[in-house]
Ligand binder design. Structure first.
Ligand code: HEC
Ligand code: HEC
Length: 299
């Protein structure tokens, strides 16, 4: 989806801008608008109107602050910010911000990927904002609902129930721990020229340094793996912050990373090899050439 946005949005803008620059030009039909009346395109049979009128406002709701669960979902979850959900950047017009009908349709398609009509309470969309104590999952965005009784939880659950109960969750890619331990983790201590290793700044998180002169213990690797998973959208390398932050902005990476850049092209062989893993397609301890390091020493 991000790729589509990256390619088509600039194209669309170019068309719009050139149309504005030349008011007398005739309208162009170059951009095909999907036929949303086609029932085949309604994601998982979910009700679009309920989505637009009741669910989408939840993403937009201002929560009084600027950090964690005091912010609106959209503050973190636009397709640009590379957190799952892939909401469209808001349109600003006459001092108000909103999603156009077209954008809401796009949001609907993206959000539908995170729901499971066959098993509504197992929907990622319901589990992330819910407190772990109430059965939710750890969420970098924080806790928004203390219990399943929360009115927003109820609204979202009600919407998911409109979906086709035969249709379940989109499969979530399984990331292999062995491959992480053998092939991914050494990336954090093998900097490129003139750069600092990731361990220097992310040592307390996913990039724990190895014990001096030896390899990470299994437990250390396990902890780093768990921490790194929160920076990954399994199956979707384009929306995984792990692959986005260290990529140069001119190659489509994040506009800001205090740690500098490791990849200057999206097709950097190391990044491609890591993408295979994020897609769930790399497993085991046999590392591809781009991920072979001598340091730290293996026992
Ligand atoms: C402060 C930033 C922030 C806010 C605010 C935020 N999120 Fe998130 N959210 C994230 C990040 C980062 C991730 C990816 C890592 C993770 O799963 O914690 C994420 C992950 C998710 C996921 C995917 C979980 C999974 O299964 O992988 C869902 C669904 C989600 N958020 C929904 C929401 C909703 C709904 C709201 C508003 C009620 C919200 N988020 C508010 C940052 C935020
Ligand atoms: C000089 C310190 C420094 C180094 C070295 C560094 N980073 Fe960072 N990184 C930061 C800081 C500070 C942030 C948070 C602010 C920002 O996004 O720039 C960050 C943010 C991130 C994030 C987003 C984290 C989140 O919670 O959203 C990722 C992913 C990341 N870095 C990956 C890496 C990787 C991979 C490496 C090694 C190749 C690396 N960084 C090296 C300082 C560093």
């Amino acid at each position: 989806m991000n790729i589509i946005c990256r390619i088509f949005l600039p194209l669309l803008l170019t068309i719009l801008l050139s149309a504005c620059g030349a008011p007398e030009s005739t309208p162009t039909n170059a951009v095909a608008i999907p036929d949303y009346a086609d029932p085949g395109i309604i994601a998982k049979g979910l009700d679009y109107e309920i989505y637009r009128d009741s669910v989408e406002p939840i993403f937009l709701r201002h929560r009084g602050g600027f950090v964690g669960s005091d912010t609106s979902c959209v503050a973190c979850h636009t397709s640009q910010a590379n957190a799952p959900l892939g909401l469209q950047p808001l349109t600003e017009e006459n001092r108000s911000v909103f999603w156009t009908e077209e954008q809401s349709r796009q949001n609907f398609e993206n959000v539908a990927k995170l729901v499971n009509p066959a098993n509504p309470e197992l929907s990622r969309l319901l589990l992330a904002p819910l407190a772990p104590a109430a059965g939710g999952e750890r969420h970098s965005g924080g806790i928004f609902w203390n219990s399943t009784e929360h009115s927003e939880y109820q609204v979202v659950a009600g919407w998911i129930a409109t979906g086709n109960p035969e249709i379940g969750a989109d499969p979530v890619a399984d990331l292999d721990f062995e491959f992480f331990r053998s092939c991914v983790q050494p990336v954090f201590v093998n900097p490129i020229d003139n750069a600092m290793p990731c361990t220097e700044c992310h040592g307390g998180e996913f990039a724990t340094p190895p014990p001096e002169g030896s390899y990470w213990t299994e437990a250390q690797s396990r902890q780093s793996f768990e921490d790194l998973l929160y920076l990954i959208d399994p199956g979707r390398p384009e929306s995984s912050r792990f692959l986005h932050k260290p990529l140069h902005p001119e190659a489509g990476g994040d506009l800001m990373h205090n740690g500098g850049r490791r990849w200057f092209s999206a097709d950097d062989p190391e990044r491609l090899a890591l993408s295979d893993w994020v897609r769930g397609e790399a497993a085991g301890d046999q590392c591809p050439p781009a991920l072979q390091f001598d340091y730290p020493p293996r026992l």
